[in-house]
Design a protein around this ligand. Structure first.
Ligand SMILES: NC(=O)C1=CN([C@@H]2O[C@H](COP(=O)(O)OP(=O)(O)OC[C@H]3O[C@@H](n4cnc5c(N)ncnc54)[C@H](OP(=O)(O)O)[C@@H]3O)[C@@H](O)[C@H]2O)C=CC1
Ligand SMILES: O=C(CO)COP(=O)(O)O
Length: 339
């Protein structure tokens, strides 16, 4: 079956997903916000700004005309989290009722602390929402390197739709009904990856890195438990899987941002030199600025926030983390009762 799909957002991830779908024979339109980028993609078969060395399939077409891009009913949303609300408002007048919308962004909105499914429900309530997440660097997906991801939706037919569309070749797609868990796993791991980059640059050692990933997972799980996620989601691709790929890989922008900060760069300088979005730098604000409403303790996220936004030194925060009151490994809400 041949589908017509639009990918909103021609950054690294939107380009990689559009290329993957197009290679599988789907009719794909890649929406770019800049007309010159769309023109260059159509003329050269390459994205001049992201994944520059990847030859895109001939059948993939790009456009910057939002009305034209909206003239289907199946979409992937790959714009950065902080732009999702304004982008959807812009697209809404052109969208049909009941669209299939698979979100590929990972993050929480700073102004509200909300997940992307919540934003979509507010702006386009008739959309049938899914989220794709898991360990998936765009650079590797674009080279067809073996990758496994998860698509979550509360609608069984949406999970099946996206699994059928995306599960091809070395791109394996699992399904889940736990939208909340998959969204939280993908959002919070970016914050922990910044901490991992800092730890790596400080040469804290392998023990420290493993402790950071495990305690980072504990923060993901605490937040997930509070929000109503299934705890086992975090043992999967959108939890520990994505945490590992982001905390241990120099392909990760969040990890690289952490390294740059530990080298003494300002946040602004580090973001500029990255040239791409490191979502953790924004999601950490959503977490810390909405900590009271979220009602969970997130010491690593808070330490990252204080390094990024209060210019505290990583070493002083490391000392603070280690002088915290000793406690059980698992918080009461996710601890099992021993018999
Ligand atoms: N890269 C990856 O490996 C993966 C990324 N993700 C997630 O996907 C999302 C997108 O990331 P990624 O593609 O990597 O980001 P990039 O930094 O590579 O690209 C960002 C894209 O978003 C566009 N953009 C920025 N602001 C707006 C806006 N206000 N309205 C519309 N479009 C906008 C940019 O356009 P312009 O070029 O004109 O600035 C660009 O096309 C993030 O949430 C990320 O966490 C998820 C899995 C893997
Ligand atoms: O989400 C990703 C891999 O799964 C990409 O991570 P970065 O945004 O840190 O590059």
């Amino acid at each position: 079956m041949n589908n017509s799909i639009t990918v909103f957002g021609a950054g690294s991830w939107g380009t990689a997903l559009a290329s993957h779908l197009s290679h599988q024979g789907e009719d794909v339109t890649l929406w770019c916000r800049r007309p010159e980028q769309a023109k260059a993609i159509n003329m050269t078969g390459r994205n001049p700004d992201y994944l520059k060395n990847i030859d895109l399939p001939e059948r993939l077409t790009a456009t910057s005309d939002l009305e034209e891009a909206c003239s289907t009913d199946t979409f992937i949303l790959a714009v950065p989290t902080q732009s999702v609300r304004s982008f959807l408002k812009q697209a809404k007048p052109f969208l049909r009722e009941g669209i299939h919308l698979c979100n590929a962004a990972k993050g929480l909105e700073i102004s509200t602390g909300k997940r992307i499914s919540e934003i979509v429900a507010e702006i386009i309530p008739s959309a049938r929402y899914s989220i794709i997440s898991g360990p998936s660097h765009a650079e590797e997906v674009a080279l067809s390197k073996p990758t496994a991801v998860v698509v979550a939706s509360i609608h069984e037919e949406e999970r099946t739709l996206w699994q059928n569309l995306l599960n091809r070749g070395f791109f394996r797609v699992y399904t889940s009904s736990d939208v909340i868990g998959v969204e939280i796993g993908g959002a919070v791991k970016n914050v922990i990856a910044i901490a991992a980059g800092i730890a790596s640059e400080m040469d804290l050692g392998d023990n420290a890195m493993a402790a950071l990933v495990s305690r980072g997972l504990a923060e993901v799980m605490r937040l997930g438990a509070k929000a109503g996620a299934h705890p086992l989601t975090f043992a999967g691709l959108a939890g520990i899987g994505d945490l590992m790929v982001t905390c241990y890989s120099s392909l990760s922008r969040n990890y690289r941002l952490g390294r740059a900060i530990a080298k003494g760069m300002t946040l602004e300088g580090a973001q500029k030199s990255l040239g791409q979005v490191a979502e953790g730098a924004y999601t950490v604000r959503a977490l810390v600025e909405h900590a009271k409403e979220l009602g969970v303790e997130l010491p690593i996220a808070e330490a990252v926030y204080r390094v990024l936004y209060e210019q505290k030194t990583p070493i002083s925060l490391l000392e603070e983390l280690f002088s915290r009151c000793p406690k059980p490994e698992m918080p009461p809400e996710i601890r099992w009762v021993s018999k």
